[in-house]
Write a protein that binds this ligand. Structure first.
Ligand SMILES: [Mg+2]
Length: 188
């Protein structure tokens, strides 16, 4: 039995939040630190940024393919990807925004990282429709984990400042690998 491991990109593999904070003219390191200290687990602390989540997540830069193509991989990305690849078949599962540039840029990021023949990715906002008993979703948004679980998939909430696993942020990838071992029983 081979597990399908669906791996979210933004907030799990690449630093989408940091880049968006920078796009708004803030210093991402400072703001993410404040977020973690003053609003741990908050999905988006409007008081910290002085704007609504909608304003924040619709910055015009996010309509450009280059924004998505240039997103920095988190320091744990490579080793986590390798570890997960030993536990199952990893497929990137990432949601497009309303702007077509998002899909183009994410596609380019994957080609830049894995080469032009790479096809293990799915772009959809309907992640839950891929759920089944041998499927594991790794995602930083609780609502995605919840809907995936409701359709009999397994979910692992990736530790981030903006979710309930924020306390595990320092060893986020180790936490995820361990959670997946619980699900698979150590079998691939
Ligand atoms: Mg995400």
């Amino acid at each position: 039995m081979t597990y399908e491991i669906y791996l979210d990109m933004d907030g799990v593999c690449v630093d989408f939040m940091g880049a968006t904070i920078d796009a708004h003219g803030f210093d991402s390191g400072t703001m993410l630190n404040k977020w973690q200290q003053e609003h741990p687990g908050s999905l988006f602390p409007e008081s910290l940024f002085g704007m609504s989540a909608e304003t924040f997540f619709t910055h015009e830069r996010l309509g450009e393919a280059e924004f998505w193509r240039d997103l920095a991989a988190y320091p744990w990305f490579e080793s986590m990807f390798d570890a997960l690849s030993r536990q199952g078949h990893v497929v990137f599962l990432t949601a497009p925004t309303d702007q077509p540039g998002c899909v183009a840029g994410k596609h380019q990021w994957l080609k830049d990282t894995f080469g032009s023949g790479f096809t293990d990715f799915i772009f959809t906002r309907h992640k839950d429709r891929l759920a089944h008993g041998n499927a594991i979703l790794v995602d930083d948004l609780y609502r995605n984990i919840e809907s995936f679980s409701h359709r009999d998939g397994h979910g692992v909430l990736f530790p981030q400042t903006w979710n309930d696993h924020h306390a595990h942020l320092e060893d986020a990838s180790g936490f995820v690998v361990q959670q997946i071992e619980h699900i698979t029983g150590g079998h691939r």
